[in-house]
Ligand binder design. Structure first.
Ligand SMILES: *[C@@H]1O[C@H](CO)[C@@H](O)[C@H](O)[C@H]1NC(C)=O
Ligand SMILES: *[C@@H]1O[C@H](CO)[C@@H](O)[C@H](O)[C@H]1NC(C)=O
Ligand SMILES: *[C@@H]1O[C@H](CO)[C@@H](O)[C@H](O)[C@H]1NC(C)=O
Ligand SMILES: *[C@@H]1O[C@H](CO)[C@@H](O)[C@H](O)[C@H]1NC(C)=O
Length: 219
């Protein structure tokens, strides 16, 4: 049963795309939880954390990412319930929670019910129940309040590290484009050269005229 792509290798975080929209693609070697601080990235439109060995719960704060259009959390080891905050994401048009270990009732918010291929979204999570799955939720819900203790400090660091790396990557992208697009660099320097030539020539002519005048005047 290998539906999941092989594990991704690096933390990458691209902050702002050409169209001014924030995109993030984070992948890591370490397994960790999705930090609650993810909700700070309010401009985020695409979040792909697929195949990252993520553990723990999906933070309810994910509901603060109002711009989010696509969310791919497939192929991790996420547990617990799907937070009801997810159904607040009115821009969301793609969601994939498949192949995790989620459990409990699927939130009944409007937004989640309008997504396409609804059953695919939840496939590979044996504990889930409720619409659109055929499995009914039993009235006695179990295991909701597991101990979630030490989370915060551990996972802020990866987030900020990711941001730093993203910044550096962004800078490099610009720099690298300059390096690779030699044509741009050449054009740039040609313009500078031409400007310099023009200015230089004018200065020399002006200088010569001035010298001539002073000479004539002296003569
Ligand atoms: C969700 O992710 C799994 C694993 O990456 C993939 O096999 C499946 O096609 C995806 N589902 C949708 C609806 O894109
Ligand atoms: C997320 O990343 C995985 C692995 O790189 C890829 O297979 C999947 O299609 C991506 N999901 C989206 C929604 O782009
Ligand atoms: C899923 O979670 C349950 C407890 O919530 C655990 O017993 C089980 O081993 C987990 N399964 C996988 C495949 O991680
Ligand atoms: C689920 O519940 C509905 C009524 O709420 C019932 O009609 C249906 O047979 C139940 N399905 C299963 C698989 O228990």
């Amino acid at each position: 049963m290998r539906f999941c792509p092989s594990r991704q290798a690096f933390w990458i975080l691209l902050a702002v795309s050409r169209h001014g929209m924030a995109k993030i693609a984070v992948s890591g070697r370490e397994s960790g939880q999705i930090p609650e601080e993810i909700s700070f990235l309010i401009m985020l439109t695409n979040l792909n954390l697929s195949s990252n060995q993520l553990i723990g719960k999906i933070p309810n704060q994910i509901g603060d990412l109002k711009q989010l259009e696509s969310l791919d959390l497939s192929c991790n080891e996420l547990t617990g319930e799907i937070p009801s905050g997810l159904s607040d994401l009115t821009s969301l048009s793609y969601l994939n929670l498949s192949y995790n270990n989620l459990s409990g009732a699927i939130p009944s918010g409007r937004q989640l019910q309008t997504l396409d291929s609804q059953i695919d979204i939840y496939i590979g999570n044996l504990g889930l129940c409720g619409y659109p799955l055929s499995k009914n939720c039993s009235t006695s819900t179990t295991g909701a309040g597991q101990s979630v203790g030490h989370e915060d400090a551990d996972h802020v660091v990866p987030l900020y590290l990711g941001m730093c790396i993203g910044f550096v990557v962004g800078l490099w992208t610009v720099f690298f484009t300059m390096l690779t697009r030699r044509a741009w660099v050449i054009a740039y320097f040609q313009i500078i050269d031409k400007l310099y030539d023009k200015v230089y020539v004018r200065v020399v002519i002006a200088w010569a005229r001035m010298m001539k005048k002073t000479h004539d005047g002296a003569a």
